[in-house]
Design a protein. Structure first.
Length: 251
């Protein structure tokens, strides 16, 4: 599904990604962990096409297509989705209108007709149940007045509506209490299929115990330096990243 080869990227004059190699197959869930400043959020921003970041070297292929040649909206239409660490508020734009526009734009790109009003409402009611989102939130402006947990839950609701092929969750567990984290994790698990994949960016193994990735990778100083299974996340939780730094220092 996703093939990243020797990816280098910078913001301004500062190089952040220094040769990322990453392969994700259909149906896989990968966790990416690493200390602050290692490049985790930069990787997600580069994949979705954030214009603040410049790719200076490398390739990214998504389902056989050159991702780096696509505009951000084209990447979304191809099935890429990013759940933000800090979801923004959009005053004056209702959740219903926001999602209807997004869903129908994706359908248009796929050569499908727009959903009729009753079809869209039915779909929205089905999907919001996945993350236990009260119907009143769909009538409010996007994220306006939402708590931190509600914003994160709303992100997974949007993911359910758009049905992406590859979802990137950038520290979705940040600031969540146990109940909100459970709801978010259950939503992610319910949306998992053999044809869809997920990247979970996190500092902690609590969310990973609920989502259970097949692969855990450690990103340090702009590179993926270690790959393993779920046990790798537990090592990080118990020992921190110092031992990774020591290994890198000896390399």
């Amino acid at each position: 599904m996703l093939e990243v080869r020797n990816l280098h990227a910078r913001i301004g004059e500062k190089e952040i990604l220094r040769g990322i190699d990453l392969t994700i197959q259909d149906g896989e869930t990968h966790a990416i962990m690493g200390p602050n400043g290692s490049g985790k959020s930069t990787l997600s921003a580069v994949l979705v096409g954030n214009p603040l970041y410049e790719v200076t070297e490398g390739e990214v292929w998504f389902n056989g297509k050159n991702l780096l040649e696509m505009k951000p909206e084209e990447r979304a239409h191809e099935g890429l989705f990013l759940s933000f660490q800090y979801p923004v508020e959009i005053p004056g734009v209702s959740m219903t209108n926001f999602l209807k526009a997004a869903v129908n734009e994706k359908r248009k790109a796929q050569g499908l007709p727009e959903l009729k009003a009753n079809e869209f409402i039915k779909l929205m009611n089905e999907k919001r149940k996945i993350v236990e989102l009260d119907s009143k939130f769909t009538r409010r402006s996007v994220n306006e007045g939402f708590s931190g947990g509600e914003k994160k839950r709303n992100e997974i609701f949007q993911m359910a509506m758009l049905e992406p092929t590859l979802s990137i969750l950038d520290e979705t567990d940040s600031g969540l209490d146990v109940d909100a984290m459970r709801i978010v994790a259950e939503g992610v698990n319910k949306l998992r299929t053999p044809q869809t994949s997920c990247i979970v960016i996190t500092h902690y193994d609590r969310l990973l115990e609920m989502i259970r990735p097949q692969v855990v990778q450690i990103l340090y100083n702009g590179k993926i330096v270690k790959t393993g299974g779920p046990e790798l996340a537990k090592q990080i939780q118990e020992h921190g990243y110092d031992w990774i730094k020591e290994e890198e220092g000896r390399a």
